[in-house]
Design a protein around this ligand. Structure first.
Ligand code: CA2
Length: 144
């Protein structure tokens, strides 16, 4: 089982700024934890991060035929990107949307996700655990 893990814009800054909102862990810490869970679940993960909407769309398009599912934190593009939603819809790979923070208890503009309607589900508010729970949920879904 091959899973593509996508980190959206500014997540490369994790652990360097806004620790009160996003915590003190870095993207490398999340990668390390995800790798442990992936080994336990006997799946293979490939990770990428980009600040560019076009690169994220290109990456999603290229996933078809290579990956079985997508785990994505679209970050700010969650709330703006019809292009990322359309790419996910086009490849039709089971997708789980994750967020570190609980987007439903923050500013009003974060409550709407363009991605949620094309995802299997959304996990939000558990910090790095959102990724780990999301990977488990995606693998369980794919193995049903
Ligand atoms: O809670 C999440 O995971 C978000 O996807 C994070 C996005 C935000 O726009 C979404 O509404 C919710 C922001 C990611 C930016 O991460 C930073 C990390 C450190 C310093 C600054 C930004």
């Amino acid at each position: 089982m091959k899973i593509l893990v996508i980190h959206g814009p500014n997540l490369n800054l994790l652990g360097t700024r806004e620790p009160d909102v996003y915590g003190i862990f870095t993207l490398a810490d999340i990668t390390a934890s995800l790798s442990q869970v992936a080994a336990e679940l006997e799946c293979e993960i490939t990770e990428m991060q980009s600040n560019s909407e076009g690169t994220l769309v290109d990456t999603i398009q290229a996933a078809k035929g290579i990956f079985h599912g997508i785990l994505i934190n679209p970050a700010a593009y969650t709330h703006t990107s019809v292009a990322i939603r359309d790419a996910l819809s086009a490849v039709a790979l089971p997708t789980v949307e994750v967020h570190l923070s609980n987007i439903h208890k923050r500013e009003e503009f974060r409550r709407h996700s363009y991605i949620a309607p094309v995802a299997v589900g959304q996990i939000s508010g558990f910090g790095p655990d959102s990724y780990l729970l999301g990977l488990r949920a995606l693998i369980n879904y794919l193995r049903q």
